[in-house]
Ligand binder design. Structure first.
Ligand code: ADP
Ligand code: MG
Length: 249
């Protein structure tokens, strides 16, 4: 809860730990993570490979259950929810964007974008769907199949699909990881625009300082701990901080 306005944070992690595996094979991916993600913010989670970025995102988004600690989406504590309630919460209140796009190849662009609404048994609001299509720059492409689109266009379909339910938070795991730098920039500008013009909350995992520089705040993860944060930093400063943390060493 922010002290100034008493609006609950979009996501609150308190003492979140996650151990993968058991016994001698056990790996502690997250150690006692405590962080609040405010509404309408764009957060980047950075760190080298194996630092716990994906585990952080999956725990924060209700895709994985922490071994210890608490995750809240708004005022909803996730730990107490059954699998089906968690599935419904993810479908209704969270949007996801993945590195590999994860589109349905047999569906058109528009069918892919509106799929979360159909899965939730909600009627597609045509004017909202059209607005989303326009915002992501896919007007005129809605009848195409994903295979007929470039990688950048496919990721824009995935972003539109993530936004269509008006989720409280969009979680993106390396959304530009499969894209060239020019196309990556288009996707980052689009994510930035959803925050600035729609008030969307975005949490993006990345290992790329350029991608992270589009966020308002960067959380640095190393060995499963938040070791630092930076606000409003340039790609150069972010890269420099990573080097000084020794995280690339
Ligand atoms: P990142 O996304 O930063 O590369 P991950 O969250 O994927 O990091 O992984 C953090 C640590 O947890 C790594 O040591 C990884 O090997 C381990 N890990 C992740 N998922 C599993 C799993 N399902 N089983 C065992 N170990 C895992
Ligand atoms: Mg990862």
């Amino acid at each position: 809860m922010s002290s100034q306005d008493r609006i609950p944070d979009a996501v609150t992690l308190t003492g979140v730990g996650r151990v993968h595996g058991k016994g001698t094979a056990a790996v502690t991916a997250l150690h006692e993570i405590t962080v609040g993600i405010r509404r309408g913010g764009f957060i980047a989670v950075m760190g080298p490979s194996g630092s716990g970025k994906s585990t952080f995102l999956q725990c924060a988004a209700g895709l994985d259950r922490p071994t210890s600690g608490s995750v809240r989406l708004g005022e909803t504590e996730l730990a107490g929810l059954s699998e089906s309630a968690l599935t419904e919460l993810r479908r209704e209140r969270i949007g996801f964007v993945f590195q590999a796009f994860n589109l349905m190849p047999s569906l058109t662009v528009l069918e892919n974008i509106t799929l979360p609404l159909r899965l939730a048994g909600r009627k597609a609001d045509r004017s909202w769907s059209a607005e989303i299509v326009r915002r992501v720059g896919l007007t005129g492409r809605t009848g195409h199949r994903p295979a007929e689109l470039s990688g950048g266009q496919q990721q824009r379909v995935a972003i539109a699909r993530a936004l269509v339910t008006r989720p409280e938070v969009v979680f993106a795991d390396e959304p530009t990881g499969a894209l060239d730098s020019v196309t990556a920039k288009e996707v980052l500008v689009l994510l930035r625009d959803t925050v600035d013009s729609m008030g969307q909350t975005v949490v993006m995992v990345t290992h790329d300082p350029v991608a992270a520089s589009y966020a308002d705040r960067v959380l640095f993860l190393a060995d499963g701990r938040i070791t630092d944060t930076m606000a409003g930093a340039s790609a150069d400063r972010i890269a420099d901080r990573m080097t000084h943390l020794g995280a690339w060493a």
